[in-house]
Design a protein around this ligand. Sequence first.
Ligand code: BG6
Length: 512
Amino acid sequence: MTSETTGWDNPLRDPRDRRLPRIAGPSGLVIFGVTGDLSRKKLMPAVYDLANRGLLPPGFSLVGFARRDWADQDFAQVVHDAVREHARTEFREEVWQQLSEGMRFIPGDFDDDTAFEQLRETVDELDTARGTSGNYAFYLSVPPGMFPKVVRQLKKHGLADAPEGSWRRAVIEKPFGRDLASARELNAVVHDVFDPEQVFRIDHYLGKETVQNILALRFANTMFEPIWNRSFVDHVQITMAEDIGIGGRAGYYDGIGSARDVIQNHLLQLMALTAMEEPAAFDAASLLTEKLKVLKAVKLPGDLGRHTVRGQYAAAWQGGERVPGYLDEDGIDPESRTDTYAAVRLNVDNRRWAGVPFYLRTGKRLGRRVTEIAVVLQRAPHSPFDSTATKELGENAIVIRVQPDEGVTVRFGSKVPGTSMEIRDVSMDFAYGESFTESSPEAYERLILDVLLGDANLFPRPQEVEESWRILDPVEEHWDRHGRPARYASGSWGPEEADEMLARDGRSWRRP
Ligand code: BG6
């Protein structure tokens, strides 16, 4: 089976899609932290979905490493169950058979030299048995406190250095530290073992189709870019709302909070893509240059008390169910000041955006799950209509709907049919589901494939991570010094203080 026929023969491919598939060459993936939620819900299903779409090599191998008394078959069973429950594509016995033959499990903890020796032998064995050619990605799906241990063990046991003609890569998951100082320490530890181009930092938002579409929308078209600046844009709102609470993640979340969890990475990346200049090419170095220029130009407002808000969800009825407040969740310190909602106003001090505020907000247990970027335009400089005709008219807006209902909406005013002149807001809509027959791959499918291909376009570089902490650190320090988070009812759209924050600027949040 050649790599090309693998792709074309796949019944799940849309036959009209004549692009050459991007297929990974001989390789394997080693996952540390294989018993965690991320592995089960995202990584294992993504590996299967890639295999099912014909995008992995026939001998692809998956190695799990964890402190469990499992044999290879037990691990394969865990992967099987995760795939049956969470995979995006249909289950096909022949795909599963081929994939599961390349599954191995290493029991042990991260201090255990014998386990890492066994990992080295397993990698060698798979090279022979499955033809993985020494090409391995090590996925650290573990708390950042464990990174140093794991990378040093990989180094010590000769796993970080690629044999001649092959590659070794490290994949790390956020959080990349909890502030600038710890992020720098973490970067130093990782780069002590791996060269910068061997390290892939996952921000799964960059793997979402709709996020990649920000660049297509802006730079493959003519109609948006001329108005994408301070002459036409009044402000930008970036919202990532979730209806769920913290679930079983108290251990990770408490003391971290929503701003570190989401604004530092996903929302600042969305902002950078929205605000950046056109890159010279669509490659990792050019994207980094442009995103970094934006992040470096981001300035916090002088008065953080007026232009930032943090909140904590309180018990309420949500969707017909009584849900607990944050402080009543299992494992949460009842005195915790951790934010589950955060809103900040940022300015981008450059020629394109001077004077245009970017409002970023995120929260758990909000009205519904939605992520969107709304570019809100200024009102027309003059209106020939009398004020009663336009009293229902809002501001024009271009809204990139990241999820769910992926698409783009353009909102503008239109005459209401009838004998009088009355103008009201209407929307023009592009929906992925209606325009394309292919369903969007999961972010992790795209990102794992990119790691195996060595394509770094969609992975934040350490400079971006550090710059993002530079932006967020003063906000966190301000919050640490001042009081407690405001409370908001679960199922609402956040604390009143957040509405007041925008009202002071003469604006209001969109109700997505
Ligand atoms: C993760 C955060 O990065 O993103 C979670 O740690 C959050 O708190 C999740 O729930 C949301 O991801 P998505 O893809 O469902 O929007």
